[in-house]
Ligand binder design. Sequence first.
Ligand code: COA
Length: 184
Amino acid sequence: MASGVHQPMAWTGVDRDTELRTARLWLRGFRHDDVDDALAYRDDREFARYLPHIPQPFTRADADAFVARNIDEPWATLPTFAVVLADHVVGTVNLEIDPVHGVAMLGYGLARAHWGRGLATEAAAAVVAWTFATHELIAIWASTHADNLRSQRVLAKLGMTPDPATGTERRYWLRRPAASRAAR
Ligand SMILES: CC(C)(COP(=O)(O)OP(=O)(O)OC[C@H]1O[C@@H](n2cnc3c(N)ncnc32)[C@H](O)[C@@H]1OP(=O)(O)O)[C@@H](O)C(=O)NCCC(=O)NCCS
């Protein structure tokens, strides 16, 4: 893992008004006027290839529901960051936090037009840093399809370690860094 890979440049706010800034990206909670951007990148079979819960075609009604859900879900356990590049939402990084077991699942997706520039890793690394700094968690995990090599590469670049392969799932883990202490 490259030193500092999990450091966002800055973050502000708590709860739904949390904002993270990285070298190229702004991560923030969803807003109602994000529907057009969500529709533009999520109506894409290649984007949804390993994400069967995303309907294809992805309609405006799907985009409305997606944005509304991300606004309504409880930030304490299900935070979803909109990833903003050049004034447009081009992806998400989300967590499913399990405070009982002290772990969180990490998920992410980025518009196909921007793949291969390190942006998903940059966004996810910022969220990982924020998560360990603000939550008393033991570890973050993620799961991806065995054929989703891009996603596995992102997880490796985040410094995550794969479990032994089982079936078509590949599950990766990242333990809380020893030096990391939650701020609250
Ligand atoms: C997975 C995803 C987030 C990656 O986004 P990205 O911004 O392209 O990711 P990055 O640029 O940070 O890293 C991608 C890495 O995969 C590598 N890669 C690209 N195509 C690859 C392939 N066919 N096989 C192996 N590695 C590949 C890239 O070279 C890069 O690694 P590198 O930095 O060592 O060169 C993006 O493809 C996506 O949103 N896919 C659809 C949604 C999805 O599958 N989400 C994950 C669900 S678990």
